[in-house]
Design a protein around this ligand. Structure first.
Ligand SMILES: *Cc1c(COP(=O)(O)O)cnc(C)c1O
Length: 425
């Protein structure tokens, strides 16, 4: 019988067990492993679409723009799904802009964030006609004015301000505190906006902030919105009126048992702050759009029982998914075809020559050598943070659409890894 049993415990909405085998949408994971090999990132088009629609529904008929943060997952296939849904894009480099355009994204809906924009990247973005530069310093403001002048264009800008709220998240991913490198202080922002009015090649379009990542509590974002709104009104009193307010990304997702609010619940207090305002509200979600729309499919190479710990050595590693090694992040690990045998506890580790090369600690798994595992919630900051450490070719990437698998990135070849290198002769 082909009755799907929904597994509400799993954070990926389109992952389900059919006859004891995990499927993404209507496609069995073993069939994907067979066809494309392992390790492979597997994304669900329906899950990507549902995540985007959740944002659109939460924003209702407010004037708004959802700009997907490309750095979370920059595969052209992913970008093309969001472009077709009408998304804008938040980029942090000229490379990401090239990807957005190659995937069919609308440059007019692009916002360009980042503290270190190069002249070349400014030129590229101005020529493409992007929607807004989120300027992060006084020096950047002057440079952008000069580059726009050389091209005979006006650069649309927002200042990224630092609302100095504590997002209560991991210190590496909190960005809205005074003590970090992002944005400009509130007091400085007024001075910079005044300066911007006197620069001939800038068009003041809006204001931006982004307070951190994996936020589960809506209060800090609403507090930041309140503070930004105060500044917007102060600017208006000086005759500087803004068309848009960009509140950044950072909405968290469920990895384990976190109580992650829905996007609608997350945004509710913030939208209340902006009730009756006419400015367009922009958002830059990354993780919340792709995190739980993807998994990393890997095969167990060896089981290695030890005196203190058992190891399941898999063919994916920290170079494929860095988050556990980097942030001690927790990812759910599930058997693709669970065995009836008794489960044992395993360290799930990769083949890389580092003790820090682990994907999960102390998990209960009923498995044998050669079995497949799915590492969940791997759609965001998975592939984009991957490397070639240990000369490991990067994984293939597949987007599942019902019973069809689109190969959206071929597995890297070893030859490609050293194609630009030269031995001394
Ligand atoms: C990283 C980043 C985002 C996306 O963050 P998520 O936590 O993935 O939503 C949005 N805006 C800026 C400026 C960022 O640096």
């Amino acid at each position: 019988m082909n009755t799907p049993q929904t597994a509400p415990a799993l954070p990926m909405p389109t992952l389900r067990s059919i006859d004891g085998i995990l499927h993404v949408e209507d496609l069995a994971l073993p069939a994907i492993a067979e066809r494309f090999g392992t390790p492979t990132y597997v994304y669900s088009r329906a899950a990507l679409t549902a995540a985007f629609e959740a944002w659109r529904e939460a924003l209702g008929d407010r004037r708004s723009l959802v700009c997907y943060a490309v750095k979370a997952n920059s595969n052209l296939g992913i970008l093309s799904v969001f472009a077709a849904l009408g998304a804008g894009f938040d980029i942090v480099s000229g490379g990401e802009l090239a990807r957005v355009i190659a995937a069919g994204g609308d440059p007019a809906k692009v916002v360009f964030s980042g503290v270190g924009k190069r002249r070349e990247e400014m030129r590229q973005a101005l020529e493409a006609g992007i929607g807004c530069f989120n300027v992060e310093s006084a020096a950047e403001l002057e440079r952008l004015d000069a580059v726009a002048g050389e091209l005979g264009r006006k650069a649309p800008i927002a200042l990224r301000v630092n609302p100095d709220v504590d997002p209560k998240t991991h210190p590496y991913i909190s960005t809205g505190l005074k003590s970090n490198k992002f944005g400009v202080a509130f007091d400085e922002a007024l001075t910079l906006y005044r300066r911007a009015t006197s620069l001939p090649n800038l068009h003041i379009s809006g204001i931006a902030c982004h307070i951190g990542s994996q936020l589960l509590d809506p209060a800090p974002m609403a507090e930041a919105g309140q503070k930004v709104l105060g500044l917007v009104d102060q600017l208006a009193a000086e005759g500087i009126t803004l068309e848009h307010i960009d509140l950044g990304g950072g909405v968290g997702i469920r990895y384990r048992d976190e109580r992650a609010p829905t996007v609608a619940d997350y945004l509710a207090p913030l939208l209340a702050v902006f009730a009756g305002r006419s400015e367009t509200l922009c958002f830059e979600p990354g993780r919340s759009l792709v995190g739980n729309a993807g998994l990393l499919l890997t095969r167990i190479e060896y089981l290695k029982p030890g005196e203190e710990k058992n190891f399941a050595i898999v063919d994916a590693a920290m170079n494929d998914l860095a988050r556990p090694a980097l942030y001690d992040a927790w990812h759910e690990v599930v058997e693709v075809a669970p065995r009836a045998a008794d489960a044992a506890r395993y360290e799930v580790v990769g083949p890389i020559c580092e003790s820090g090369d682990f994907l999960a600690h102390d998990r209960s798994l009923a498995v044998a050598e050669g079995d497949l595992l799915a590492i969940l919630s791997a759609g965001a900051y998975g592939m984009t943070m991957s490397s070639n450490y240990n000369t490991r070719p990067r994984a293939a990437e597949v987007i599942v659409d019902r019973d069809h698998a689109h190969l959206v990135r071929e597995r890297e070849t070893v030859a490609a890894l050293y194609a630009g290198e030269h031995a001394l002769r």
